[in-house]
Design a protein around this ligand. Structure first.
Ligand code: OXD
Ligand code: MN
Length: 594
């Protein structure tokens, strides 16, 4: 009998080659069983990689701390390695495949000595669905294995599905010495390969997520004529029991997770609205035989931001993370439960902070600033199936039909609460000019505005010029293309206070969007698109004056004219590769704004 649980020759030879380079003590196959999972948890507790939490209040939950220099995605160390630089585009860091493999090999060589190499076969999307893709991750981190078991369908059924010659993405990860100077996140889309070394942070190492399901998948999707997007998917069940699904793209930490599982506000709950959560981060969308766009969420878990998750902002997530959850970089309380800034309840009087140091509220650091209990990008990894609003269509092989695509950003000014594009081409332009203020999910100066088309800037595995062309082409392939909208929950007044309450109240805007898709409502035409008539937004039970609503919907021509400059500058980065249709839309907007 073979010493491997598979006869897939290419898989075996790739594992052996990787093992010769990384030199692990042992190779261990992840089968997805409960027994193996418990054993790994025990080993992690023994080694200190995991701290078991209060078994009564948080059953099956653990705390993990990453290295303090390893707490977010490192975009400056993330590369697309294509043979031609132009194929990676100005939106990506580029390295030639030869130089990428050589540089990373230096770090990978011997990196697993003294550790095991785990082999994780995983499926992004339901096992066996024509929408799904298989990957195999080799890693020396048990934390990665345990997270992958939550975030993906992993183990023996996937290996069986792969058969003896199935296609898979080769995903190699090693913690190595977790040194930011020896860290690389490399994508080789032409080889269907990912190499990540020197990090233990989720976004860099759970290779099914950003690396496969976005960067590699977007590259494959262009070839195979579908869309791999940084989008939530949610169903909105109306009072008549009809469910409309929407997909929404928002840059990291703009409330995608909260929106995907919102609890209807009292005023609308009475009408009978109900939300179904399909996904909070990634959507794979294909045109099906009915000419409609259908979407699956390739993941099975949420890797959510902890700070500010509470019963007001996201009551469904508060329920979801009460069991079987891995917390990363949050505060440990003396009673073995966890806390973060903006959590429910009292601020604890003491605890152990995310760096493992004793903590008291307001204790200052060396610059006199209060030390945080949890890192601003601290996370929880938790199964979607535990979410009270989890969609009953999660396992359906063709997913759900999409009626609307919603783009959004975090803008204090310029973008109104909501607007609808005139048509698909204009909608692609609306997605292409998306911009947002930087948050803690990325390294860099917080608050700075950066262009982030379709929220894909850090995740598109090829040139965005070509990505825009692909979007335009997709529109032509659909008989019933979704309508495209833009929302901004973050407009502020002159005192920097948010004008819109956000969170569950956002359903009021989604209601308008869905009604527009059903042709139930007229709208006001403006230079940037259609906006709601003030009376068409149902504000029952919300204390928001008409004046504020008018401010939220106002289009300030001057700031839009200034915005045009930023858009032009961004578009010019793509030189003559930018599709002419986007320049046409730019000119059309400019003349409408005159
Ligand atoms: C995420 C991100 O973690 O976008 O989802 O950074
Ligand atoms: Mn994301």
């Amino acid at each position: 009998m073979s010493k491997y649980p598979t006869h897939h020759k290419k898989l075996i030879s790739w594992i052996e080659k990787s093992a010769r380079m990384c030199k692990p003590d042992r190779i261990i196959w992840v089968d997805g069983s409960g027994e193996q999972k418990s054993l790994l948890e025990k080993e992690c507790v023994f080694s200190g990689e995991l701290i078991p939490l209060n078994g009564e209040r948080l059953p099956g939950c653990f705390l993990h701390r990453t290295d303090p220099n390893d707490v977010a995605r490192t975009e400056h160390l993330t590369y697309i390695c294509t043979r031609k630089k132009r194929d990676a585009g100005p939106n990506n860091n580029w390295m030639s495949p030869r130089s990428g493999y050589r540089k990373a090999k230096d770090i990978f060589t011997g990196s697993m000595t003294g550790r095991n190499m785990y082999v994780i076969p995983f499926s992004m999307g339901p096992v066996g669905s024509p929408f799904s893709k298989i990957g195999v991750e080799l890693t020396d981190s048990r934390y990665v294995v345990l997270n992958m078991l939550v975030m993906t369908r992993a183990g023996s059924p996937v290996l069986a599905q792969l058969g003896t010659d199935g296609e898979f993405t080769k995903c190699l990860h090693s913690l190595a010495d977790v040194d930011v100077n020896r860290r690389l996140i490399l994508h080789f889309p032409e080889d269907n390969t990912i190499w990540s070394v020197g990090s233990g942070y989720g976004g860099n190492v759970l290779l099914g997520k950003k690396c496969l399901a976005l960067r590699i998948a977007s590259f494959i999707a262009r070839k195979e004529k579908w869309l791999a997007e940084h989008m939530l998917i949610m169903g909105i069940e109306d009072p008549a029991g009809r469910i409309r699904y929407i997909a929404g793209a928002f840059p990291s930490a703009c409330g995608k997770t909260n929106l995907a599982m919102l609890l209807p506000p009292e005023g609308l709950k009475k009408k009978g609205y109900r939300i179904w959560t399909v996904g909070d981060d990634i959507a794979w969308m294909r045109v099906d035989s009915d000419g409609t766009l259908w979407a699956i969420n390739p993941e099975t878990g949420f890797f959510g931001v902890a700070p500010n998750t509470n019963s007001q902002t996201n009551p469904n997530m508060v329920e979801t993370i009460k069991k079987n959850t891995i917390y990363t970089n949050v505060l440990l309380k003396p009673d073995g439960t966890v806390w973060w800034e903006g959590a429910d309840g009292e601020i604890p009087q003491r605890g152990i902070d995310w760096q493992g140091n004793p903590w008291k509220p307001q204790a200052p650091d060396k610059d006199g600033k209060a030390i945080l209990g949890a890192h601003p990008n601290s996370r929880f990894t938790t199964p979607i199936a535990q979410c009270p609003t989890a969609s009953f269509r999660m396992e359906q092989h063709h997913g759900v039909p999409i009626s609307a695509i919603v783009f959004g950003g975090r803008r204090r000014h310029v973008a109104p609460l909501v607007y609808e594009s005139f048509n698909w081409q204009h909608g692609v332009f609306v997605g292409a000019i998306m911009a947002s203020e930087r948050t803690a999910a990325q390294y860099g100066k917080q608050g700075e505005v950066r262009r982030d088309p379709m929220a894909m800037l850090p995740f598109c595995g090829y040139s965005m010029a070509s990505y825009f062309t692909h979007w335009l082409e997709m529109g032509k392939r659909m008989k019933h293309a979704p309508r495209i909208f833009h929302v901004n929950w973050f407009r502020t007044d002159e005192h920097n206070k948010f004008l819109w309450p956000g969170y569950r109240e956002n359903l009021r805007v989604l209601e308008w969007i869905v009604d527009r898709c059903d042709n139930k409502l007229d709208a006001v035409e403006t230079p940037i698109g259609f906006i709601p008539k003030v009376e068409d937004l149902d504000l029952t039970g919300l204390n928001l004056s008409r004046v504020i609503l008018e401010r939220l919907l106002a289009i300030d021509r001057k700031s839009w004219q200034e915005e045009l400059e930023g858009i032009k500058h961004f578009f010019k980065l793509f030189k003559k590769d930018l599709p002419a249709e986007l320049w046409q839309e730019f000119e059309a907007l400019r003349s409408r704004l005159k």
